[in-house]
Design a protein around this ligand. Sequence first.
Ligand code: ADP
Ligand code: MG
Length: 283
Amino acid sequence: MPNQQEINRTARISYKEQEKPREIFSIMPEDAIIRVEDLYKSYGPIEVIKGVSLTAKEHDVISLIGASGSGKSTILRCMNLLEIPTAGEIYISGKRLPLSEPKNGVRKITSEKELRAIRTSLGMVFQSFNLWSHLTVIQNIMEAPVRVLKKSKDEARANAERLLERVGISEKRDMYPSQLSGGQQQRVAIARTLALDPKVMLFDEPTSALDPEMVGEVLQVMRDLADEGRTMIVVTHEMGFAREVSNHVVFLDQGRIGEQGHPSQLFKSPQTENCQKFLSKVL
Ligand SMILES: Nc1ncnc2c1ncn2[C@@H]1O[C@H](COP(=O)(O)OP(=O)(O)O)[C@@H](O)[C@H]1O
Ligand SMILES: [Mg+2]
């Protein structure tokens, strides 16, 4: 087992080595996995998302960056209908999210079945790992495949074991989350999300709750997923990750897209004053 320093060092080295030009970001609607069109979200009288459109196609790794409160989490939460957009449409693989037209400003989910399918096809990883505390690591990973996908326990267990190996914590399989470090818990959370084989992985600041020495191990797992071609949308303050792993960066500014582009361009020469200011604070 490599120690933590080795893991961190490997992460850093491979970041540098990997100045691969990922595919150029394209916005051809026909090959989009997620398409967000003119999204608005208000909480009461306060509009927090003000007309955001973005598209992810297969293998894209899109980083959402921006100041706290700019609306990053809200956009992710609208994608899987943890929040109901006030206006705008979202398409997953061309299929429109099941939302009614607004009636007195309220939209409703029109199909619970479609909602479940969406939640399965979009895997979400949160800042706070949200593991089941009464289940062991392997049980946490097996739970949804057995309950939601109706897989047999044997099949779910075999798959969980493979995923645990992939995130490097096979030896923790029978422990409870409270017996694991934050970095290990987040890796379990990622494995749990992978167990449903989602079309897209949504990450909301997955390393923000971690002690600094554990950030590297989680970023490494995310990087491996990107290298495997997973489609990912990542809200992050890790600018190294955004710059080196993603192929498109979206800077959110008070509920709007302030600027977006390939990381090599956006980080080097941001065009807007607000993006320049933001980057000068975080870089
Ligand atoms: N459930 C809610 N009720 C009211 N306001 C909210 C709620 N969730 C988020 N907000 C507000 O929406 C804005 C955007 O929040 P959020 O999407 O969490 O931003 P970020 O993730 O970029 O920090 C913030 O001003 C926040 O206070
Ligand atoms: Mg947030």
